[in-house]
Design a protein around this ligand. Sequence first.
Ligand SMILES: *Cc1c(COP(=O)(O)O)cnc(C)c1O
Length: 399
Amino acid sequence: MDIRSRFGLRPVINVSGTMTSLGASIVGPQAVDAVAGILPQFVEIDDLQRRASAAIAAACASESGYVTASCSAAITLAIAATMTGDDLGLVERLPDTTGLSNEVVVQTGHLINYGAPVDQAIRLAGARAVPVGAATEAHGYQLAAAISERTTAALFVVSHHTVSYGLIQLEEFVAVAHDKGVPVIVDAASEYDLKRFIAAGADLALYSAHKFLGGLTAGIVAGRKALVRAAYFQNGGIGRGMKVGKEGIAGTIAALEAWRTRDHAAVRERERRYLQLWHDTLNRLPGIAATIDPDPTGNPLDRLKVSIDASRARISAWDLADALARPRDDARPVIVRDHEVELHYFFLDPCNLHPGEEQIVAARFVEEIGRAQSAREPVVTPFHQRDAKRHAARRNWPD
Ligand SMILES: *Cc1c(COP(=O)(O)O)cnc(C)c1O
């Protein structure tokens, strides 16, 4: 029995990617087993984290690592580490940073919202973000000029949400920061490549355990031992309210192990088959043009970009996304990747499907476009109304 029906929850099909709002990812069997095994047992957490450090070091080719509650927590605790070092008195004093260097330089085009604003993760530690450059243009000399004796860290964010052109590339970012003696922290929450950022000179690289890794909700801090240790010490300070349990640590160790032994080529091949099915089905529908699109940050993952000509489809991109998500009958809800939908397209992400769901997704498109074609009026809600309606619905929670 699907546990969702026991809880009265809709059996959603996730073609939007790894979204916290949908339960992140499919947790793999190795992580599930590790969690079931450790939940009833007592362990010495320092030893479990020591074991995690070795697993992270091996996976990331870093000196050491540890597991946090989330990548968002990892940002806050990594920044905290650069301010306190291993001084336990300072650890207990945060977020009061009186007298400490507490500025974090970060490119303006990197100040994204991943579910919460990245600069808030900085402020939680008692630090503040110093934006570098304009949203769509930044240069090394601007980064150099923004760094002073008040600077504690330089944060580099890797995400499809960041501005993707005109900004300082990681190699130059690291070179400028290191030239000024400032440590570089890379938020690589969703990046499949566990080694690239440490190899490029990052002092700390931060990942989510519950995204591509298919682990429990947790974060990974990898990097230089002294900084990792200082970040770990925050568990006796501001990190306490972001604590990870034994299950999160054990689940992360198991997920890293599973990642190492996973047949990545077979996964890609399966995803390619899903994309091809959707590509062929959707391109036969009126007003839809679908193309296979590479991941914007270079992950080995393609998505289907679905562009909607509302006049021919007789439904707008966002109304179609909503119709797929909120079927009128007992059809399965399909949640698409629609963060840019006002540009008249959305994406289908193949990385979080159970076998057979790809067919349901294709069928749901045929059904909804068929319905729109036979409707008396085209379905085109003004976009601002859709946004307002969504926010109104959120504000009503738990009703
Ligand atoms: C998902 C994400 C985060 C937050 O990660 P959590 O582990 O869910 O807290 C931070 N930064 C980026 C770029 C992300 O994609």
